[in-house]
Design a protein around this ligand. Structure first.
Ligand code: G3H
Length: 195
């Protein structure tokens, strides 16, 4: 059985300031994670010559992958974070204050809520379909470096979690979720690389 390794990008500068979306670079802590991840991947996938590293097209995932050497890297737009449309770059506090109706509707139905000129979780789930098909087809290990909302959806697919739970699944930073698909079902291991 070949593993799929899922991880969020290292902490970004926007994460530090509580801002959503954007295309910021990594914080110092995020850069430390990138190094630790490289170390982990190079050990874990030693001798796995056909393994590959998949990122989104956003800086924070590309930079998180940048210390990993020896494996091909592929950028997928479908792995980009949920598009928060007019709220891109805001904090949740600012959304609550400046657009209380939007904040409320998202709270009421986070799965279906679509940001004005942006996406909903359902939109994200739909655009992930080609990624899932390709992941299923791979025979070699894949490391997926992506974003919170996207990884919730991907994880839910492999862990067989129901649709309504997806927006609320815990997806911590600086943690690798390893998924193994075997005949007896899906096995999962977690590696927390930083506190
Ligand atoms: O920047 C977007 C966040 O990673 C998504 O988190 O869907 O819980 O607001 P959320």
């Amino acid at each position: 059985p070949r593993p799929i390794l899922l991880t969020r990008h290292g902490e970004s500068r926007y994460n530090v300031r509580g801002r959503i979306g954007g295309d910021s670079r990594l914080s110092d802590t995020g850069e430390v994670y990138a190094k630790k991840l490289a170390n982990f991947v190079e050990k874990r996938l030693k001798n796995e010559r056909a393994a590959s590293i998949w990122t989104s097209t956003l800086q924070r995932t590309i930079l998180t992958a940048s210390s990993i050497v020896g494996f091909p890297k592929i950028q997928w737009r479908a792995l980009d974070e949920i598009n928060s449309g007019v709220c891109d770059g805001m904090t949740y506090e600012e959304i609550k204050r400046n657009m209380p109706e939007e904040y409320e509707s998202r709270n009421k139905d986070k799965l279906r809520y679509r940001y004005p000129r942006g996406e909903s979780y359902l939109d994200v789930i739909q655009r992930l379909e080609p990624v899932i098909i390709e992941l299923e087809r791979q025979r070699a290990p894949v490391v997926v470096i992506s974003h919170q909302a996207v990884l919730r959806a991907l994880y839910a697919y492999f862990a067989d979690r129901p649709l309504h739970e997806i927006p609320h699944i815990e997806m911590p930073l600086h943690t690798i979720i390893e998924i193994q698909m075997g005949v007896t079902g899906v096995q999962e291991k977690r590696y927390k690389l930083m506190d």
